[in-house]
Design a protein around this ligand. Structure first.
Ligand code: SER
Length: 884
């Protein structure tokens, strides 16, 4: 039986028994913070089991994409070594939500396995939870399994829970005896050893409890059923293969790996690298297709570790250059039909894997050499403990995750000194926290610190009104800082990235100037200063009029609606993997953070800007619906924020009217509680003004609308006119004129011999060196061979005086080492940036010293080949300093 047929047989069998066939949930779930990855078919039904959610069916069947590479269920270390473990696999399942229970679950499972799939009962065994006499009796008396083939086991084997919290219950597993040939020796027996002879391929969980964070267990509203059959394992049995890796699901990928690497595959231990790479490729590809990609945090870091493990195995096959991405097309050919998301995201998957491979490839060889060197030293010293310092070096300088180093150590029968490693990691964390917390405290936003106790939630009128009458329910504070709670208010409290409204609250004999509004448990706290009247006259029960600043509100609305349009436009131009990671909607501008693995190119930004502009010109209505059931909103494709908790009913903002461009429908639909324009035409104009990196895998875009955009256009136009006037040319000749001036300047300099043969400033203009964005600053790093310090200082001086915030490091290198300067624009030095400290970080790496003032520092070192590393460290020191 081919795998497609196996899937179909399973799903059709349960459909015949009244189950609704549903699609797999995402392998990287977005709405369950307790899960790194989907680890079982029941994940998407968690709330149904616990009774929090009711569906219009009580029986379901699925094939679920799963990854077990972290958390409670983790098979990462077994992959490649056993014949049955995988990090990525498909789980076929049937579920009963308070409908049928043990009897039907066991009878149907046996029927499908023996009749549907035709396995011989003589090869089968079942295990039950040792206290579950009921299950034992069902197998024996109702299904007819011989009593000596029913094995009772303890909680470790036969009590299943999803994680530390969630639904759980006793379970019963069906095993296939692969025969003596697979036995591990004289002690080999089901439930005693863990060898490849006893292949557990179907787990039937009798869901009865919910596990809580405090360790307690409560009964589920109704006993339920959750089963999971490993597709790869049943395929192995039906295709009569020796291992899951020999089935048509994986063998094709393994052969392709052999072809690309030129290393033939062997089924024994020598084939471990091929098997690991095949498995890891599936985990990575399916995760990326579902919107999770390698990074330095949480599930992204699990993926990065998986990739690095695979790359290290590739290195063992002689691959020093990226190659894993070249196998993706094969996987898509094999699995794209069953999982169309793989096809849809193929380009992204290939690109992301390649860029991760390239990144690790830069230090992989160095790390491997360092490991070998350490191993040789250990052999000489006759020790088998790999030092924590070497492991830390591999982690910190070569990007080797600790589990990779530990695995390599295991292969040499070494252990790693984890105590020392962890200590060094802690020290590093403390160092970076010290710089970060300083930066963070400088920019902590003002939040409601009120101690006012008002229980009644404030009625919010601001979706439709800018002005309202109300009554004061609570007041406290001083003249400069008054906090007021009203019964009803038109003021929007900061939330969802949209800043608070400002305006005026006026009573009979006082006027308050509202500067901020925050809400807590539905109560709005207005922070204000007293403009006229006495503090005493602001009393509970006093009637007031509240008026929001209308111009400012209008500016905010433009930016908010434009943020939605821009989000949708990015999906269309850059890809649907782009997810919102944060946003700021203020009157002056909008700031939008999105997940994306590389710079969003100027062309992509221009295209997205074009799409938004088209929307603005078409003056499309913005539709707002209240209280839409969350499932319906999601089914309509509404974009939701990762990690955000939503209620059962949500507010949906949709902007859509026919295809914007021929053949291409771009629509915006989001769950959002913010305030919007009534029509897109109100936005007036939309202009992207900057793009940069916020952290690994997150890009930040800033844009202007309406009045902000108009002012910016005016400023730009004035600047161009004044330059043209100054240089006495027409605006269209400006570029040529500047080119000429730069050439003339260079010639003059060469003639004067100030920097023979080299004008570093001109070279910088021409693209020499590295430029990047760090937070709101520009970072410039460049190096030249044998260049006088005066020349570096001259260029530094020019960079300092240029408009915009900038930090730079300029270096000269030669035989006796490196000298460099670090400087910053006057607007940032002394305030947020300390150049002396940044220079210190670089000098340390270069094996030297130096330092200096906050606004300019000079330093140097001996090890010129470490210059790229020093630049990178200085950039990251800058990032830490400004908390970007
Ligand atoms: N949830 C159980 C398992 O993963 C059965 O589906 O084994």
């Amino acid at each position: 039986m081919r795998v497609a047929e196996i899937r179909k047989t399973f799903l059709e069998f349960f459909e015949k028994h009244g189950h609704t066939v549903l699609p797999s949930g995402p392998v990287a779930p977005q709405d369950d913070p307790t899960l790194l990855f989907a680890n079982a078919g029941m994940n998407q039904f968690k709330a149904v089991f616990t009774g929090k959610e009711v569906r219009d069916y009580t029986r379901a069947t699925t094939t679920q994409k799963c990854i077990r590479a972290g958390g409670k269920h983790n098979d990462l270390d077994n992959v490649g070594y056993t014949k049955r473990h995988l990090t990525f696999f498909e789980m076929l399942g049937n579920f009963s939500f308070g409908d049928y229970f043990k009897s039907e679950a066991c009878a149907w499972a046996w029927d499908l396995v023996t009749q549907g799939f035709g396995l011989d009962p003589k090869d089968l065994y079942v295990t039950v939870f040792e206290e579950d006499e009921e299950a034992r009796a069902i197998w024996r008396d109702e299904v007819g399994v011989p009593a000596d083939r029913i094995v009772g086991l303890g909680e470790k084997d036969n009590f299943w829970s999803m994680g530390d919290v969630g639904p759980c219950g006793p379970c019963s597993e069906i095993h296939f005896d692969l025969g003596e040939a697979h036995s591990c020796g004289s002690n080999c027996a089901l439930g005693v050893c863990d060898c490849d002879r006893w292949l557990e391929f179907w787990n039937l969980v009798f869901m009865q409890f919910e596990q809580h964070p405090d360790g307690s267990r409560t009964a589920l509203p109704k006993p339920s059923i959750d089963t999971g059959m490993g597709l790869e394992r049943i395929t192995q049995l039906l295709q009569k293969k020796d291992s899951v890796y020999e089935t048509d699901l994986l063998r094709g990928i393994i052969d392709r790996i052999a072809e690309v690497t030129g290393s033939p595959y062997e089924e024994g231990p020598l084939g471990t690298p091929h098997r690991v790479i095949a498995d890891h490729l599936r985990s990575l590809s399916f995760s990326i297709a579902d919107g999770a990609y390698p990074s330095n945090e949480d599930r992204g870091y699990v993926l990065r570790r998986i990739l690095r493990r695979a790359a290290r195995y590739g290195y063992q096959l002689g691959q020093e250059r990226p190659f894993i991405h070249r196998i993706v097309s094969h996987l898509v050919e094999e699995m794209g039909e069953a999982f169309p998301e793989l096809r849809a995201q193929q380009g992204l998957i290939e690109k992301l894997i390649q860029s991760e491979e390239e990144q690790f490839g830069r230090t992989l060889k160095q790390g491997m050499q360092r490991f070998e060197q350490e191993a040789r030293g250990m052999r000489d010293r006759k020790t088998s403990v790999f030092s924590g310092e070497a492991a830390f070096f591999l982690h910190d300088s070569c990007g080797f995750p600790i589990d990779l180093t530990e695995q390599m150590a295991r292969e040499h029968e070494f252990s790693v000194n984890r105590v020392q490693f962890d200590k060094l990691m802690d020290e590093q964390r403390v160092r970076s926290r010290a710089t970060k917390s300083f930066a963070a405290s400088a920019s902590t936003p003002v939040h409601a610190t009120s101690t006012l106790e008002v229980e009644r939630p404030t009625e919010f009128l601001g979706y439709g009104l800018l002005q309202a009458e109300g009554v004061i329910l609570g007041v406290e504070g001083s003249k400069e800082d008054v906090q007021v709670v009203l019964d009803r208010t038109p003021f929007y409290a900061e939330s969802g990235g949209q800043v608070a409204d400002t305006g005026v609250i006026e009573g009979d004999d006082f006027i308050l100037n509202v500067t901020d509004v925050q809400k807590k448990d539905g109560v709005f706290f207005h922070r204000a200063s007293l403009v006229s009247g006495k503090l005493d006259s602001i009393t509970e029960g006093a009637s007031i009029g509240a008026q929001v600043d209308p111009m400012r509100r209008a500016d905010i609305l433009r930016n908010h609606t434009a943020t939605h349009l821009f989000h949708a436009a990015l999906h269309s131009v850059v890809g649907t993997h782009v997810q919102q990671k944060g946003s700021l909607v203020s009157p002056e501008r909008l700031r939008f953070d999105v997940s994306h693995y590389e710079k969003i190119s100027p062309q992509q930004l221009a295209d997205a800007e074009g799409i938004v502009t088209e929307w603005v010109l078409r003056d499309v209505p913005v539709a707002i619906e209240q209280k839409v059931p969350i499932d319906e909103a999601r089914a309509r494709g509404a974009m939701a924020l990762f990690g955000e908790k939503y209620g059962d009913r949500v507010r949906v903002v949709s902007i859509f009217e026919g295809p914007l461009f021929a053949g291409e429908a771009v629509r915006s639909i989001e769950l959002c509680g913010g305030i919007h324009c009534e029509r897109t035409g109100e936005i007036g104009a939309f202009q992207v003004i900057g793009e940069g990196s916020v952290s690994s895998g997150v890009r930040r875009v800033e844009a202007l609308t309406g009045r902000g955009s108009h002012s910016r256009i005016r400023e730009d136009a004035d600047l161009i006119s004044s330059l043209a006037k100054r240089l006495k040319v027409r605006r269209e000749d400006l570029t040529d004129r500047i080119e000429n001036l730069l050439t003339e300047n260079k010639e003059l300099r060469d003639g004067k011999g100030a920097a023979p043969g080299r004008d570093c400033l001109v070279e910088l203009e021409g693209g020499h060196g590295d430029r990047d964005t760090v937070g709101d600053l520009e970072w410039v790093a460049a190096a030249w061979p044998e260049t006088p310090q005066d020349e570096l200082l001259r260029v530094g001086d020019a960079l300092k005086r240029r408009a915009g915030g900038r930090v730079f490091s300029l270096a000269s290198h030669g035989e006796d080492g490196v000298r460099f300067i670090v400087g910053a624009s006057d607007s940032v030095a002394n305030k947020r940036v300390h150049c002396g400290k940044i220079a210190g970080v670089g000098a340390k790496i270069l094996g030297g010293g130096g330092g200096g003032r906050p606004d300019l520092a000079q330093a140097g070192g001996k090890e010129a080949d470490k210059l790229p590393e020093a630049f990178a460290a200085m950039k990251s020191a800058l990032r830490d300093q400004i908390g970007a």
